[in-house]
Design a protein around this ligand. Structure first.
Ligand code: PLP
Length: 457
């Protein structure tokens, strides 16, 4: 077996890690952490350290680690048929079954699912299909996409543009010109502290109306949003936000893409965020929770309204010129079938809802009065704690103090609990696996309170 120091050296010499300070890592100033095994809500590194993963990887291992049912489904599929493509009408039992299972769970207006591999490529597919749709309808000018500041939709060329976080644009010449951004529904960070939640929603709607007016509705194809902002800070929308936004979009014939890469398949305690907030999306993006990350697989669930036009398009122009070698990969599909079955059999979405509520309530009880805690918010099995220098006038810490990063590092070093320091602001994010027990929620809360005491007093 290779020694840990050998692996660390090879890592520094050979491995280009995503979302990493490359120079520091190459110089050995940041640690290489080699994860070896995992079970339930815990992961273990090669040094034998066990950590409670309160972020489920990257909020994706929803059913928890070590599920033998999924591992066996993957193994069986690999032995019987590791690969065949899905072009020109080919499929496998797993991919066809999974498409039916997804549609059985999706909102009633949905019609078909296109499979990809990642949330990013699924959103790239969505934007291409939307452009195709408007071309078939004879509206070649209607192409721009509205996204929200702080939205996260991936890190490709178009999807990195849709993402409304500065780090993902800086020095990459993004966003591309077809993408425009509007106000995030982030009530805690509203400009006018005197605004009520209702007034803030009206402000978001007015901003959107003004943007559409400025650009011209006939140039805007779609609006994309996560039902709950994820990487931008784990921010549930203020009451009434989605119905009000949807009304504006309908008025201007602008499609709605619900990016449910995080929220799809139960993270909010409902099967989809669209159901949770009463959204009628034209496309739903899915990934992470589709296989609980046991294999890479994503999807674009397409509404009947779009599908009809896509059919018309191929009648007029021949087969659709879009596809990946690994679309509907049989191993991913087999993982998806086993994963969705497990969610049902173990009633994991119900558990996400009840233990998630318990986690949020307990976090508020433990930290709600702390002088540096500005906001505690969540929905389903999502929770965030946002830190401020002064809660009276909501003064934020200087970014250079890296309070969020210090807190997550302390939480890990003191109590071996993994929470995510969200990338913009001092926000600790929690998104544990759905199988989390109340005792584990208690550990997360007590450890967080201890880390806050260590860092902030
Ligand atoms: N959309 C949302 C809402 C996400 O949170 C993510 C990833 O975190 C993506 C899209 C991109 O998914 P991937 O990282 O699989 O490309």
């Amino acid at each position: 077996m290779l020694r840990n120091d050998q692996l660390a050296q090879w890592d520094r010499e050979n491995f280009f890690h995503p979302s990493t300070h490359l120079a520091q890592h190459a110089r050995g100033e940041t640690q290489t952490r080699v994860i070896k095994s995992a079970s339930g809500s815990y992961i273990e590194d090669r040094e034998g350290r066990k950590m409670l993963d309160a972020f489920a990887g990257l909020y994706c291992v929803n059913v928890g680690y070590g599920r033998q049912e999924i591992a066996e489904a993957i193994g069986d599929q690999a032995k019987e048929l590791a690969y065949y493509h899905s072009y020109v009408g080919h499929g496998t039992e797993a991919s066809i079954t999974l498409s039916k299972m997804i549609l059985d769970r999706a909102p009633a207006n949905m019609s078909k699912v296109y499979f990809g591999l990642s949330g990013s490529d699924a959103n790239e597919t969505n934007i291409k299909l939307i452009w195709y749709y408007n071309n078939i309808l004879g509206r070649p000018e209607k192409k721009r996409i509205i996204s929200r500041w702080r939205g996260y939709h991936g890190s490709g060329l178009v999807t990195g543009s849709l993402t409304g976080l500065k780090l993902f644009h800086k020095k990459f010449d993004l966003p591309v010109e077809q993408v425009i951004h509007t106000q995030a529904p982030y009530y805690f960070r509203r400009d006018d502290l005197n605004q009520s939640e209702e007034e803030f929603v009206a402000h978001c709607v007015a901003e959107l109306e003004a943007l559409i007016e400025r650009e011209g509705a006939d140039t805007i194809a779609a609006f994309i949003g996560e039902p709950v902002l994820g990487t931008g800070g784990i921010v549930p929308p203020p009451a009434g936000y989605w119905p009000a936004i949807q009304a504006v979009l309908k008025k201007h014939d602008i499609l709605l893409v619900a990016d449910e890469v995080v929220t799809g398949f139960g993270r909010l305690g409902s099967m989809f965020g669209a159901d949770h907030y009463g959204l009628e999306a034209d496309i739903i993006t899915i990934a992470k929770g589709l296989t609980s990350a046991y294999a890479p697989l994503s999807g674009s669930i397409i509404s009947e309204k779009l599908w009809k036009v896509l059919e018309q398009g191929t009648d007029e122009n021949g087969p659709i010129g879009h596809g990946w070698t690994y679309s509907a990969h049989p191993i991913g599909a087999a993982a998806g079938v086993a994963n969705l079955k497990l969610l049902d059999d173990l009633k994991l979405i119900q558990n996400a809802s009840s233990v998630g509520a318990y986690l949020n309530t307990s976090m508020k009880e433990a930290l709600g009065d702390h002088a540096n805690v500005g906001d505690i918010r969540g929905e389903g099995m999502l929770c965030a704690v946002e830190f401020v220098e002064d809660r009276q006038d909501r003064k934020f810490f200087e970014a250079s103090q890296k309070i969020g990063a210090q807190l997550s590092a302390t939480l890990l070093s003191q109590d071996s609990v993994i929470a995510r320091a969200m990338p913009q602001g001092d926000i600790l994010g929690f998104a544990p696996p759905f199988c989390l027990g109340r005792e584990e929620a208690d550990i997360i809360v007590a450890s967080t309170a201890r880390a806050v005491k260590t860092v902030l007093g």
